[in-house]
Unconditional design. Structure first.
Length: 219
């Protein structure tokens, strides 16, 4: 989550002499055998005890399971456990508001114009607009563009190609900065030029991951 990348918990199975993968095959067997039933005699009636059962569950795979254990993986499992507890009790603030997958915050001190790529769908804005003005302190929420099938949607959300998922920032009375990919967390410097004086300046784009959403702050 901190690095914005995927780390497999279970390493995939590669097909020899190929770049493709094959699915895991797990088998589960359960045996349940009742122990000898015990009866007790009491006067003229018989009282039977509930029979006890011995249950054996076996889970095995033909291939060796290679599990990746790392500090980031353990931290992710810890966060996941806390999220499940908060989901069951609904005590987290995340359940009190709906957070978009991408949120752009303007902290530059002047207005900026944001042009998202076609892979993003701005929320609560004019659907036909391509450029959006954000005054200092304002935010722009964006979602993924919905694909035709669930598999294509999942592939787009997990791949996050820098050629498809990016934004362009144009500060007021300045030139447009280079494309800013929203694929990884971190901090990057982008050069811009003032239109009237021709002075070169720089802006900082900081990308953080908070509760599964990417927060893009422009300084």
């Amino acid at each position: 989550e901190m690095l914005g990348v995927w780390e497999p918990l279970l390493e995939p199975l590669e097909i020899e002499k190929s770049d493709e993968f094959r699915p895991w095959s797990l088998e589960v067997k359960m045996k349940k055998k009742s122990r000898k039933q015990i009866s007790e005699l009491n006067a003229d009636e018989e009282k039977y005890k509930v029979p006890e059962y011995k249950t054996v569950i076996s889970i095995f795979a033909k291939e060796q399971l290679n599990i990746t254990v790392s500090n980031c993986g353990l931290q992710m499992l810890n966060n996941l456990g806390k999220a499940f507890v908060e989901a069951a009790s609904k005590t987290s603030d995340i359940f009190k508001k709906d957070q978009a997958p991408f949120v752009i915050k303007n902290s530059l001190g002047l207005s900026i114009f944001v042009s998202p790529s076609d892979s993003f769908n701005p929320i609560h804005t004019d659907s036909g607009a391509k450029t959006f003005e954000l005054k200092d302190g304002e935010c722009l929420s964006m979602d993924y563009v919905r694909a035709k099938s669930e598999s294509d949607q999942f592939s787009a959300m997990t791949s996050l190609s820098s050629k498809l998922f990016y934004i362009q920032i144009t500060p007021l009375n300045h030139s447009t900065a280079d494309k800013i990919p929203l694929t990884k967390v971190g901090r990057s410097l982008y050069c811009i030029r003032h239109n009237e004086s021709g002075v070169d300046r720089s802006i900082i784009c900081q990308i953080d991951t908070v509760e599964g959403s990417k927060i893009i702050t422009i300084h």
